[in-house]
Design a protein around this ligand. Sequence first.
Ligand SMILES: C[S@@+](CC[C@H](N)C(=O)[O-])C[C@H]1O[C@@H](n2cnc3c(N)ncnc32)[C@H](O)[C@@H]1O
Length: 212
Amino acid sequence: MKKTIEEHADRFSSIAADYDESQDSEEYRACASLVVEHAAPTAEDVVLDLGTGTGAIALALAPKAKRVVGRDISEGMLERAREKAEAEGITNVEFGEGRFRDPNYDGEVDVVVSNFAMHHLSDEEKREAIAVIADLDPDRFVLGDVMFFGEPDPEEPFYSPEVDDPATVGELADALTDEGFVLTAVERVHDQVGVLVAERFGDAGDRISVEE
Ligand SMILES: C[S@@+](CC[C@H](N)C(=O)[O-])C[C@H]1O[C@@H](n2cnc3c(N)ncnc32)[C@H](O)[C@@H]1O
């Protein structure tokens, strides 16, 4: 992580009021839509949104899910998310403090989502976060984020080396499969933005037949 948790939290709290209006790029919208589409919760599913920010993904999923839990390190972003939930009359969502590596939630989870947030962690920290997510035992983890499909290029949008630390798609895929996930979809939105869908099928050996 190139900044401390507190520095990231303060930075996002200071821009919380204007955050939604500032996220106007076509790629951000496409990435968020794909995360919502792939999350596809049923009315029985509990969803955990890590790095929920002002709740863009959490609030979009709440009408489809049984319950949505949003976690973030920035109280300013969380406060804005709560205001939006109240304004939209959405009551099956709960926003609170929590981090990727300590989500501050130990209830049942069916779907974990995260959009445009995990790239603040170093690659080692991302691996630790993915292990924590795997321990929550969701059926599906949908990760939309800044990630490199080709060579990192700070001149391209979505990536500032001073604050961001995106991984390559290959590094993320390895970290997910090492934790027992099967990568079922890779969506390239931009050379530096994508969505990965990682699923767990219980005993994967039941599903994979190897011809000898
Ligand atoms: C660019 S915003 C994305 C917010 C939202 N997911 C969206 O799609 O609009 C990144 C968010 O990640 C949060 N964040 C950064 N590091 C975090 C961490 N270690 N754990 C949880 N949230 C974190 C920030 O506070 C911020 O709200």
